[in-house]
Design a protein around this ligand. Structure first.
Ligand code: DGJ
Length: 598
């Protein structure tokens, strides 16, 4: 009983601490969504409280008609989403210049409220996946007022026909886009300024030049031959010591020049007549180059030049939008990849890690530079997108449940959002279970985010045991898959324990065993931990002076109800190998209190 009280009081303290901060914040912000730093993390604050967006992104046009969405809403709710990312097409929103159609946005907001969901709207304005397919008809038709880019061979970007890409250098395009976005934000403020269903905005989608490393229109060539703008140079000088290393290397290689043309300051661009292959597989790259090339700049001045021009354009759009309604706004990047390592094979100039400094300099009103994260190097990409205080939000990714656990516990993400959540494939039950668990743990996770009391661990079948130091103990994690009991083995575990093979013909019990296991770990007191998720066993070694042996004092599975821990099962006897072995299971929250003896 005493231990239960301890647990409750530890959590109450956290909740109380949070409540104090909240009431202070709530008085000043009226609950309007905004970002707030907490230690190393940046959190999304909605209605005065930190909010974890366990989200999904709809396919591009899913919400362009409300009836089409009817069967989708219950699926999102059943999969435990609390947020949905919904595209707003500029073409549909402003079919004639200055005439705005709010019906779709209003309908989506109403349905989201009915289903207790929050919304992040995606402004599909001048660019969507590099191209300009969501621009209104009146923009597409007028190529004089709304100029297009040109690529190496003098053509506009096209895969199978005249699909055009608006130029960043079209002031009329920028102003029209900004005016439409400002109207959208004005309207969202009117209908949602007090309710806060809409928590963030994505501005444009995966901007950048495709099929060449930069715009080669006459206007772009003139700008490229001219000096790097003084405001950019000033920013780089002022942030010289903290620039993203791969970018700083490029500037350093050219002698940290403080002025000059783009090529003088950042090195040569790609010759116009050098064709970009669709894929940069090795060969022509060597295998070694292939390994590292997706984290480096190639023809740096081209990508840097484009990043600056996209950033300046987007800054205007974001600035006008925020003047109407100031909620967090982010841009998303189509990532450079091993087989798409050269700018132009991915959109050149998008908010990618190697040009984050350029985006920061050119678009100070943009709050978050976000990855569309389909690469297998999930944790590495999260780290690259968390440098220099960039808040992490993952607007597009796959449905891997281990990834959301890592993103939340290890990388302090604001949210996680698999793409195509309304698509034909069912939403995996592992993801739904992880969302349910994280949603339940969100207050305690968010109270610890950004501090050294929260982490997450991922293990893949076959991994050797992994040690993690958190609080007063070092934990050794050993992969178990979905099995719930293990024969006793030496403390500290020396080899990975694969799950037992399924008997031929045996009924599958629930989803297939995961090849990956992941758990959130929170140290809530000197001898207390909460774990969320699993597929791993844990052994504890003290890392403070005192008796060396560690016992499992209390082990419980449970959940939080109104901020209080409620037991679902007290674990002893067979379920923890008579107090010797703690096994964490996917989708399960465990509270553990430890003791030490000589
Ligand atoms: C990335 C884009 O941002 C999405 O809108 C969508 O087109 C997906 N790719 C398709 O996989």
């Amino acid at each position: 009983m005493r231990m239960k009280m301890n647990a409750i009081s530890a959590l109450s303290l956290l909740v109380l601490g949070a409540a104090l901060t909240i009431s202070a914040g709530a008085q000043t912000d009226n609950g309007v969504p905004h970002l707030r730093k907490q230690g190393a993390a940046t959190q999304l604050i909605v209605d005065g409280k930190p909010f974890l967006a366990l989200a999904g992104e709809l396919t591009n046009n899913a919400a362009t008609s409300l009836p089409m969405m009817e069967p989708i809403w219950p699926r999102l709710v059943a999969a435990n989403l609390n947020t949905v990312l919904v595209g707003v097409s500029w073409a549909q929103f402003e079919p004639e210049e200055g005439n705005f159609n709010y019906a779709q946005v209003d309908g989506v907001i109403a349905k989201a409220r009915e289903n207790n969901l929050h919304i992040v709207f995606l402004w599909f304005g001048s660019w969507k996946n590099g191209t300009s397919s969501f621009a209104p008809y009146w923009v597409k038709k007028d190529y004089t007022r709304f100029p297009r880019i040109q690529i190496g061979d003098g053509k506009t970007v096209s895969i199978s026909g005249p699909i055009e890409l608006l130029s960043t250098l079209g002031d009329a395009t920028r102003d029209a886009d900004a005016a439409a976005f400002a109207a959208l934000m004005r309207h969202i403020k009117e209908v949602d300024g007090a309710r806060h269903t809409v928590v963030m905005m994505q501005v444009e989608n995966e901007v950048g030049v495709l099929r060449d490393s930069r715009d080669r229109s006459p206007a772009a060539n003139r700008a490229f031959a001219g000096p790097v703008p003084a405001e950019l140079m000033k920013y780089l000088e002022a942030h010289k010591d903290t620039l993203i290393p791969e970018f700083r290397e490029v500037w350093a290689a050219n002698g940290y020049k403080s002025s000059g043309t783009w090529e003088e300051v950042f090195g040569p661009g790609k010759p116009a007549d050098l064709k970009i292959p669709i894929q940069t597989q090795s060969p022509p790259m060597s295998a070694d180059e292939h390994e590292v090339s997706w984290r480096q700049l190639h023809w740096p001045s081209d990508e840097i030049f484009m990043a600056w021009n996209y950033a300046r354009f987007v800054e205007k759009v974001v600035h006008e939008g925020k003047a109407s309604y100031d909620i967090p706004m982010y841009v998303n990047g189509w990532l450079q990849q091993p087989n798409h390592a050269w700018p132009g094979t991915y959109p050149s100039g998008g908010p990618l890690p190697q040009v984050h400094d350029i985006w920061r300099a050119g678009a100070p009103d943009v709050d978050i530079l976000a990855p569309d994260l389909y690469l297998p190097y999930f944790d590495q990409v999260c780290e690259r997108f968390s440098r220099n205080g960039n808040p992490l939000f993952i607007p597009e990714t796959g449905t891997d449940a281990a990834n959301v656990i890592m993103a939340v516990g290890k990388h302090n993400t604001i949210g996680f959002s698999p793409f195509g959540i309304d698509g034909n494939r069912p939403i995996p039950s592992e993801l739904a279970a992880a969302y349910e668990m994280l949603n339940n743990m969100a207050p305690i996770i968010l109270a610890h985010q950004g501090t050294d009391t929260l982490t997450a661990v991922r293990m893949v079948q076959g991994d050797p045991p992994k040690q993690v130091k958190l609080g007063n103990y070092t934990m050794t994690f050993t992969y178990t898959g979905r099995i719930t009991r293990l024969a006793p083995q030496a403390k500290g575990g020396v080899e990975a324990s694969p799950p037992p093979p399924r008997q031929p013909g045996a009924q599958a019990e629930g989803p297939l065993p995961p090849l990956e296991a992941a758990a959130v770990v929170i140290s809530t007191g000197p001898d207390e931990y909460y774990f969320g998720g699993g597929g791993m066993r844990v052994d504890f070694t003290p890392n403070t002076p005192g008796p060396p042996n560690v016992g499992l004092g209390v082990v419980q599975t449970g959940k939080f109800v109104d901020g209080k821990w409620e037991l679902t099962r007290w674990i002893e006897g067979d379920d923890d190998a008579q107090g010797e072995i703690l096994v964490l299971n996917p989708g399960t929250i465990v509270r553990v209190q430890l003791y030490r003896v000589p």
